[in-house]
Design a protein around this ligand. Sequence first.
Ligand code: PHE
Length: 484
Amino acid sequence: MEETILKYLNENNVIEDSIKYAQTLQVPHDQIVGSLKSLSSDEYVILQQLETRTWTLTEDGKDYLENGTPERRLFELIPADGIAKAELEKQPFFQLGWTYGMRNKWFKLEGAIVKKLVNEIKDQDAEFLAQIKEGKELDKKIIDNLNKRKTIKLSVDKFYKVTKGPQFSLVRKKKATDLTQEMILKGTWKEESFKPYNFNALGKEIETGNLHPLLKARAQFVEILLEMGFEEMPTNQYVESSFWNFDSLFVPQQHPARDSQDTFFVKDPAECRIPNQEYWNKVKDVHEKGGYGSIGWRYDYSEEEAKKNVFRTHTTGVSAKMLYKLAQQKEFKPQKYFSIDRVFRNENLDATHLAEFHQFEGVVAERNIGLPQLKAIITEFFKKIGITDLKFKPTYNPYTEPSMEVYGYHPLLKKWVEIGNSGVFRPEMLRPMGLPDDVSVLGWGLSLERPTMIQYKVANIRDLLGFKVSVKYVKNNPICCFSK
Ligand code: PHE
């Protein structure tokens, strides 16, 4: 192809229109353009990009030209003594035909009857369309009107005008890309011309697996917590009994969060087994009558309610199980646990809420600790993920007292955002398990998604989790994020 082009230029000096030239050669225009660009990169030819703008008929335009405009078709359906408008309305082209026919004053409405105003009509727009098809130039007003009727469209054809370049020659000598051993031995490198290095060329894209941003954030959190001496809890089950998810945490059975509006209940199996009758009875007692300095919730505890299986609404049920296990040991040893796993809530979905997300949770069991230690641990953790300005706000949780919401200053959004919830677990939860009286347990939880959205500047949670996440986004996401 390149040689054909060079030969043609040698004889004719110029290719006026690359599209027409491609037609004479009967090859696709793209192919010619490829060769031209390659030739121009070595200055064999000079390219000038030009364009022609032509109006062509749309599908509607072709239809009007062939079968008449809607207004003409409508006009032809009207007999000399008129016709009921309702009759005309049955035609698919009625609406358009009516608008334009009325505008042309071809017919009028008398009561419910449509009557012709003229005997003969000239289907002007159809005639204009015929002229467009022949390639005639028409007045701007007419073009505008036809365009507005969506009967014509503008097509822009880009083509090149080609002339000889400073390096023009009949044969193209490929420039050498590499200096070879042979060139050096034979000394031919002196005559070679070399292709300049393209330092802007991008490397070939590599096909690899990619870590999802949530997994990256998760890995970072895990590392920080291990560093702080925390141990991971086994959260490998999505279905939890209401007993562990709520009751063991002293959440009353009538609590609104236990409504099907907020919680997904499992149909099959709908019920779970009672874990340990002795502990179960203690939980029942503390709900009904209290104890350990509490008056309890004072209602009849329902076994049926406790047995209901749910998609866990938080991972705190697992924390409860771990604390119960800890309490069964002969001698109490201080413990720090964490977990990061999926939880489910029957939420209204929006830009920041999904029905499933990941909860990240830490608990610390130790003698003689309280709010100051909780604040210190939370502050240290967030400092390690780059959030240094924190505020604590009192809040209410059924299972912690006191409880605090944690707010972090978001330097990009320039505002305070809620990043977590925390508190000191209530004696009503801990004592029935059998933990010694002087042992306190601190807990805090947050979603993995919230800080990840902040870190990776994601505005909509659906771009981060769920079926709408683009694979490309995951792929192009930075390997790591520096918070400073
Ligand atoms: N489970 C709480 C939540 O769903 C988080 C939390 C954990 C709060 C531990 C206090 C203590 O938000």
